[in-house]
Ligand binder design. Sequence first.
Ligand SMILES: [Zn+2]
Length: 375
Amino acid sequence: MCLARRLKGGRGRRSRGHPDAARRTTWRYLATMLSLKLPQLLQVHQVPRVFWEDNIMSGYRRPTSSALDCVLSSFQMTNETVNIWTHFLPTWYFLWRLLALGSSGFPAEPYHLPLLVFLLPACLYPFASCCAHTFSSMSPRVRHICYFLDYGALSLYSVGCAFPYAAYSMPASWLHGRLHQFFVPAAALNSFLCTGLSCYSRFPELESPRLSKVLRTSAFAYPFLFDNLPLFYRLQLCWGRTHSCGQEALSSSHVYHLFCALLTGFLFAARLPERLAPGRFDYIGHSHQLFHICAVLGTHFQLEAVLVDMGSRKAWLTMQEPTLGLEATMATLSLAVIGNLLIIAAFTAYLLRSPGSCPLLQGGPLEEEVQAKRQ
Ligand SMILES: [Zn+2]
């Protein structure tokens, strides 16, 4: 009503006054309307601790937002907006790469199957992350569940990486050895450990943030190191050689991928640059946004590197016996998906059964306010 009265008054003044003044007045009304539509953002001390991000002081959404508020907030500049978009857009990029390869006759040849299996979780993990960042401000419970799913998708991505590495990137001396034979099943087992440890790492987050961080970093560093063993071996074989090391040579895309992965891990652990200037990078430039960008660039270079290995080693690899057929590939992938979903379901069930008073689920003053109103 106040706004309507002000708008009415504004129109009256606009008709009587100078055109410039009228334009300024119109802009002021538009700005007023816009600020009324957009939910107010909160400072760090106005949200419960469970929503705090290290050294991010402002730009928080209401911790009791509805699902619609969360979706709309992706069009408002909050401290999560760039996190959402830096994984939403790459989802479509990887999906486009998958569809482009799929429509080019790739799936008809069994040799290409591991590449397509890699691209499925490469599309899934940025999408899961985008959803987690979008809906993480609905309640403490939803926030934890969103991140459980995010971690699960990342774990599946680590399994997805193992398929093309086993099929196209193994060093010649490892071919059909014990590690090669069990490489993909071991990656699937690693993903269970990764999901379990990363989901568990949310529990000591408030009491022991350092322990939580060590657990989560280890949860993702371990499958990364395991998956990339063939590349590390090939790298040390070729390191410092003056002459070409033939099919063991790593392409520049492999090197860019490893560099991006290193940078991703560093940003995740170091929390730079916001650690140096808390509050200065709340909206743009904080470590999690850079972490997303490096992760996506890493996946892009990884895809390019896999394509290089797949093409350049094809003549030699097609003479070898394939490690996993279609049935074994589908069975391993299904086992990895089911196992990870069960682990996430177990953590979710525990969370749903926990009383609201448990520190992990403390909604803080805003949630209590809403509950009091409901009663
Ligand atoms: Zn993220």
